[in-house]
Design a protein around this ligand. Structure first.
Ligand SMILES: Nc1ncnc2c1ncn2[C@@H]1O[C@H](COP(=O)(O)OP(=O)(O)OP(=O)(O)O)[C@@H](O)[C@H]1O
Length: 319
């Protein structure tokens, strides 16, 4: 079976830069899969998507979408893909229906097929009632739904979604996730870039974590968290002594044997990634905090999340 996306040893070096933005990246996405591409800022995700969507010329490597080589035949590649950017780029002079039909016409979809598709997509994305209204009053959620519906008008094999639910409320997010799953059920392959690790773990069949232009891990979300087996987490909520600061507490907790990493969750709580069982850490942690005159008000242990995997692999320094 032809892979929906095939990236082999991709290298991209921007002009006048002394290092590669993408540095020998390889991955494959199967047809009908939702693949999440994750990574810290500057890791090389946008550059990779730019190459896949023919916007950026690669320096070296072999990149194919739906079997088409993006360098050899970018026009054919563009016919097989659709991109939904993070920023709304709808035509506000047009109605939602016109946004869809004009897009399809631009892509050479015959009128009969356009008319067949438009009604179904407006209904699927919950936009049928406003199909002929002015776009001006569209909410962020509606605009995002319309952009995905529009992207589907030329029936792409692969859909690229950049941060699809950033800024949406929980209802809008769930609605969108459901629609994206429906597209997958119809055989559309989805490549998702996101900083929302919950979105990645809920939505993606597989996740690739990129750092410094390389793939540092690739598996199902469950497989990635299993990889941190034995590394449970302990969330500690406390009242600090007057004059004490969370940064100092975090540094101190980092020194406790069995604590792999400590990171502040907010001004009163810290998450500890553990290499030992949580029960064995409660005593030392409470004692250390008591020594700083801090009072522990809540303790919660749990399994690692995709966020823990992400931080474990990419470190916690700011990029
Ligand atoms: N047009 C450009 N010219 C020069 N360097 C660039 C250009 N675009 C990106 N870079 C650099 O390439 C590297 C990868 O950037 P890229 O935007 O692909 O990362 P990213 O993972 O998408 O980051 P983010 O999550 O912040 O969007 C960064 O070091 C960035 O500064």
């Amino acid at each position: 079976m032809t892979a929906a996306v095939q990236v082999e040893e991709l290298v991209k070096r921007y002009p006048k830069q002394d290092r590669n933005a993408v540095d020998g990246l390889s991955f494959t996405v199967k047809p009908g899969e939702i693949f999440g591409l994750l990574g810290p800022n500057g890791a090389g995700k946008s550059t990779t998507i730019g190459v896949l969507t023919t916007r950026i010329r690669l320096t070296a490597g072999d990149v194919r979408v739906a079997g088409v080589d993006v360098m050899r035949d970018p026009v054919a590649a563009r016919r097989r893909i659709a991109v939904v950017p993070q920023q709304a780029n709808l035509d506000r002079e047009l109605t939602p229906r016109q946004n869809l039909t004009f897009h399809a016409a631009y892509h050479g979809v015959p009128r009969i097929r356009r008319d067949e598709l438009v009604g179904g997509l407006l209904t699927q994305f919950g936009l049928a009632a406003q199909a002929d209204a002015k776009l001006d009053w569209y909410s962020g959620g509606m605009a995002q739904r319309l952009m995905i519906a529009r992207a589907m008008m030329h029936e792409p094999a692969v859909l690229f979604l950049d941060e699809p639910t950033t800024g949406l409320d929980p209802q809008a997010r769930l609605f969108l996730w459901e629609r994206v799953r429906e597209l997958r059920a119809r055989g559309v392959t989805i490549v998702l870039t996101t900083h929302d690790l919950e979105e990645a773990s809920v939505m993606a069949d597989r996740v690739g974590i990129v750092d410094h232009g390389r793939m540092v891990a690739m598996d199902t979300p469950a497989g990635l968290t299993r990889g941190l087996a034995g590394r449970s987490v302990l969330d500690v909520t406390m009242t600090l002594a007057d004059g004490d600061e969370m940064t100092g507490v975090v540094v101190a907790l980092q020194t406790v044997v069995g604590v792999d990493r400590a990171e502040p969750l907010d001004s009163t709580s810290v998450r500890l990634a553990l290499t030992n069982e949580p029960e064995t850490l409660i005593g030392p942690v409470v004692t250390l905090l008591a020594g700083r005159s801090a009072t522990v008000t809540a303790l919660r242990s749990g399994a690692p999340t995709l966020e823990d995997v992400f931080l474990h692999l990419t470190g916690d320094e700011l990029r």
